[in-house]
Each structure stands twice: as C-alpha cells, then as structure tokens.
Design a protein around this ligand. Structure first.
Ligand code: ZN
Length: 191
C-alpha cells in the first residue's frame, strides 16, 4: 500500500471505460488497498482528485479532496474526502463555466475547458451506500474531470479551442491573471 506511478496520456488504460465495482469486490482487501493507493498517490502528487485508471487500474472509482485554501486554487468549497464509486452524471443546466484545467496524466500543460456548471452525480460512497449529490461551480468541473477518467476521456478532448492549450510556464507568464498580494488564482486545476 503506497503511492503508485501515475500513467500519462498515450497509455491505453486512460482511454478505456473503467469496470463497474460490484458489492462483493468492494469488500475485498484488494479493493481496500486500491483506495489507500489512490489516496496516497493523490497526496504525493499534490492532486485535488484522482481516478483509478490514472494508476493503471481500470476500475470505476475516483477520489476528490479539495483543500479549503491553497496557493494554487484559492478559496475552495469544503468537501472533505469524497469517494466516488460507479458514478453516473446528469447535467442540470446548459450553462457552462470555463476553467484552465491540468491533469497529473497530462503533466506540464494547461487547457481551457468549459463544462456545465451544475450537475447531479449518483454514486456509491466509501461504505458502498448510494448517494446523490448536486454540485456546481468549480466543484462541478472537478467532478466532471475525474468522472471523465472513468470513461476514457481527458481534458484535452474537451478544449474550448485548440489554441487554448499551453505549457505551464507559458501559462504562468502570459495567460494567468496577475496575482495580488494575499490572492490566488482559482481558475486552474490539477488532478
Ligand atoms: Zn485528470
């Protein structure tokens, strides 16, 4: 049980639909170990979310844990650790909101993606209990980014415009709005 290697764009596992997790599988030691590995990897890499395919396990489980505040993301909604198993997503609005997204599996790049800003997600939680959550704003984008990993999608598939893709250094130099003292950007995303 330990942090695992994050696989990168080009690895075929990132393009597969992840397998459903049965209740029997949920109760296995192997699955408990997977949850620990995912958590350890997310923490080691400094992500705010991670999906099992990113550590080369094609299973339908992802974690999200937003810090309350970070230099990189600014002030964020308090979520605690959310364990998402077998999710289904429903879009509650056509209104879209855009963020500069990044991904541990697409290191060194940022891309501008617009996504519906209010969704409902049904999933099994860390006790395999069915839950339904309505989320909006930045958290809705984080959910959609993570759930995309379970369906073989990466944020670069969803760029608003192919020209809105940048290396991180150039993003910081030319695109990111200048930071005021005691203020951070919350318009980028890394998981
Ligand atoms: Zn990602």
């Amino acid at each position: 049980m330990a942090a695992q290697t994050v696989i990168r764009m080009g690895h075929p596992t990132l393009r597969k639909t992840a397998d459903h997790i049965s209740e029997g599988e949920f109760h296995t030691q192997e699955f408990k170990s997977l949850l620990v590995d995912l958590y350890d990897t997310m923490k080691k890499e400094g992500g705010i979310g991670i999906a099992a395919p990113q550590i080369n396990i094609s299973k339908s489980v992802a974690l999200i844990e937003l810090p309350e505040f970070s230099e990189r993301y600014g002030q964020l909604p308090v979520t605690g650790l959310i364990t998402i198993i077998n999710p289904q997503i429903e879009f509650l609005t056509d209104d879209k909101q855009g963020f500069w997204e990044g991904c541990l599996s697409v290191p060194g790049l940022r891309g501008f993606v617009e996504r519906p800003n209010k969704i409902r997600v049904q999933f099994q939680d860390e006790n395999y209990q069915l839950r339904s959550l309505e989320v909006e704003g930045f958290l809705a984008t984080v959910f959609q980014h993570e759930l995309d990993h379970l369906f073989g999608k990466l944020f670069i598939d969803r760029l608003k415009d192919p020209s809105m893709l940048s290396y991180l250094a150039e993003f910081d130099q030319f695109i990111a709005p200048p930071k005021a003292e005691n203020e951070s950007n919350n318009d980028d995303l890394l998981d």
